[in-house]
Design a binder for this molecule. Structure first.
Ligand code: ADE
Ligand code: ZN
Length: 319
């Protein structure tokens, strides 16, 4: 029973964690029609582009500090009930700006929600500011400068999401180096929508301690060996990969192959309601469909805590 296992995640987009019910409430509050992309209790989309469109529209319905506080608190409460002790959420100042909220108010609101969840549910959380790749290098650098400015004590990392097929990774190297110089942890999405060469580019140009997804490294075994040798931690999101067609199903997902090759891996939900998943479901499917036993799942939780962008005291308390 994976329900009892302690769980930790490193890869969840907070805008993508808003449940359809919460988005419908926001839509009613702001007088917006969301029937084009919410049907009952499901988000409706059919490919990465329409997923992003639904995601961006849902995000635009979170407009105030309190909206974001509620979003963070409700999400963290939901995973604490599934056994989560730690979560890192990707936060996107570009999405907040589109909704008319300043980046500082945005992280203040999320920080308030995190504090409420910690008090009520004993779950720890940190924020990773992300730039959106398809908005271009200038926008990603702006997000990095914001992250590096010390906007909130719980902002401890910088990363990049968005459409990985757009732009060359070296164009974003300056953004990552200024975030790194500010002492932030570094992660980048690679090897999800694009193949092994994208993971190699991430190692060559960014040298992150963690890679978001990274699973398409299995297209090149020498690269898998390089991930293992450099102990680059993968933030693996099997349910997301299945929903987006990157893997056919859980049973044939490359997670087991990566583990066998010695790559450090963690389990994550990415944008859980969009992909019909949750952190608890990822652990359950890793057990049921992929054959991982409790000890292997506990190791993944431990890997996540060891790779988390937290101070050593917090890490020690979580381990
Ligand atoms: N932003 C939100 N979810 C994402 C995903 N799965 N890949 C890239 N960018 C994202
Ligand atoms: Zn992601």
């Amino acid at each position: 029973m994976t329900h009892e296992l302690p769980k930790a995640e490193l890869h969840c987009h907070i805008e993508g964690a808003a449940s359809p019910g919460l988005v419908v409430e926001q839509a009613a509050h702001y007088g917006t029609d969301v029937s084009a992309f919410i049907d009952g209790d499901r988000f409706v989309w059919h490919d990465f582009t329409s997923f992003l469109a639904a995601y961006d529209t849902a995000s635009s319905l979170f407009r105030t500090e309190e909206d974001y506080a509620r979003l963070a608190e409700s999400y963290l409460a939901s995973i604490a009930a599934q056994g989560a002790i730690y979560s890192e959420i990707f936060v996107s100042p570009d999405h907040a700006a589109d909704a008319g909220l300043s980046p500082l108010a945005y992280v203040a609101g999320l920080g308030e929600g995190i504090a409420r969840a910690r008090a009520k549910h004993a779950i720890e959380c940190r924020m990773i500011v992300i730039g959106v790749r398809h908005l271009g290098a200038e926008a990603v650098e702006r997000a990095a400068r914001f992250a590096a400015s010390g906007p909130h004590p719980l902002v401890t990392g910088f990363g990049m999401a968005g459409d990985e097929r757009i732009g060359r990774l070296d164009a974003f190297a300056d953004a990552f180096s200024l975030a790194r110089q500010a002492g932030l942890g570094i992660t980048v999405h690679a090897g999800e929508l694009a193949g092994a060469e994208s993971v190699r580019d991430a190692l060559d140009h960014i040298a992150p301690s963690r890679i978001g997804h990274g699973v398409r490294a299995v297209e090149d075994f020498a690269l898998v060996e390089r991930l293992a040798e450099t102990t680059t931690v993968l933030e693996v999101c099997p349910g997301s990969n299945v929903a987006l067609g990157i893997a056919a199903d859980f049973a044939s997902h490359p997670l087991a192959e990566l583990v066998a090759a010695g790559v450090p891996v963690t389990l994550n939900s990415d944008d859980p309601p969009y992909f019909d998943t949750s952190l608890g479901h990822e652990y359950a499917m890793a057990a049921q469909a992929m054959g991982f036993d409790d000890a292997a799942l506990r190791r993944m939780t431990r890997t996540a805590i060891e790779a988390a962008f937290v101070d050593e005291q917090t890490r020690g308390e979580l381990l």
